[in-house]
Design a binder for this molecule. Structure first.
Ligand code: GSH
Length: 327
């Protein structure tokens, strides 16, 4: 685990010491946008036109941020248009690797050993963390984006004229409600579990823990009277929450000490997680081997033995009964 400084790899854990033990996630730095006609998006440069076969997605199956992009690729009918490479779940001293002995696909484009080499190919003087997901442009030979929240917005609409897929997870009439709930869920839940797990002081941990379970309680209440976060349609906000919920009981409860309650113990959150899991195409994006192996094996300062737990046994295919449950 580490970062690039002027194109040089440094094996270094997150700096929590300068923030009173709190984990602060670095902002993604590479923020161009693929658009239907190649015009500029909200940030970055123009010139990234949606085309079949042009873009390649680098993901970890363990990572909740990368998982969002895989779900959108699946639901938006992009599997034939956008190819994928899967990193190894083991993120050790050289960061994400393409070692294939642990269910990684290897690097389909350059046969690199490590993801930091891809960042250096994009910019030999890159400084910053080397994160997944990464959207790569095979024509310009560069990184389009390493920000999952923006990659899913691109996937949501930029390729529609090529696929004919008109599913819209960010409809015009809900954008401000989605943005508001995303903000709340990102800080307290998506990143909240990391703020619990990576905290290095009791106080930072407890603050993150209280905010996390307060937020989960609020979402539970919301889902008791409406089917999805923004009403009766599934939106981007639901998929962003889902990737944290599906990892919660397997990893965050134990490894990140998020153990006030499990998701299984919340009637609505658990049924909602199952409902989303059972939507066509979603279950195949969920890989519990990668999820458990990554966290328990890669964070050796949290789990020094690197022993990966066998459980829990949870049947996500079980009937969810959302129809009967919501009031
Ligand atoms: N803002 C990024 C965050 C991505 C992220 O932090 N990914 C984690 C994996 S779960 C990662 O690659 N971490 C490596 C590191 O921080 O060095 C996004 O949402 O795309």
């Amino acid at each position: 685990m580490g970062l690039l400084i002027n194109g040089q790899w440094h094996d270094k854990w997150y700096d929590t010491a300068s923030h009173q033990g709190e984990f602060k996630r670095e902002e993604a730095k590479l923020r161009h946008w693929v658009t239907h006609d190649g015009s500029a998006g909200p940030s970055g440069n123009a010139g990234f036109e949606a085309q079949a076969g042009r873009y390649h997605l680098y993901v970890s199956l363990a990572c909740p941020w990368a998982h969002r992009t895989l779900i959108f690729r699946q639901l938006k009918g992009l599997t034939d248009l956008i190819s994928v490479s899967v990193v190894s779940p083991d993120m050790l001293e050289k960061g994400w690797s393409f070692a294939t002995d642990n269910h990684s696909s290897g690097d389909a484009l350059f046969q690199f050993d490590n993801l930091f080499q891809l960042y250096c190919k994009n910019n030999p003087a890159h400084s910053g963390r080397v994160t997944v997901p990464v959207l790569w442009d095979k024509v310009k030979n560069c990184i389009v984006s390493n920000e999952s929240s923006e990659i899913i917005r691109m996937f949501n609409s930029a390729f529609d004229h090529l696929t004919g897929n008109k599913l819209n997870f960010y409809p015009d009439n809900l954008t401000s409600e989605i943005d508001t709930i995303n903000e709340f869920i990102y800080h307290n839940i998506n990143n909240g579990v990391y703020r619990c797990g990576f905290a290095t002081t009791q106080q930072a941990y407890e603050q993150a823990f209280d905010a996390l379970f307060n937020a989960l309680d609020k979402v539970e209440e919301r889902l008791s009277s409406q089917r999805y976060l923004c009403g009766n349609v599934i939106t981007e906000a639901d998929w962003r929450l889902f990737t944290t919920l599906i990892r919660f009981d397997a990893v965050y409860v134990g490894h990140f000490k998020c153990n006030l309650r499990t998701i299984e113990s919340y009637p609505h959150l658990s049924a909602y997680t199952r409902e989303l899991f059972q939507i066509d195409g979603v279950a195949e994006t969920v890989d519990f081997y990668h999820i458990k192996r990554h966290y328990y094996f890669s964070h050796a300062h949290i789990n020094p033995t690197q022993v990966v737990p066998k459980g829990p046994e949870i049947d996500y295919f079980k009937a969810h009964h959302r129809d009967e449950l919501i009031g």
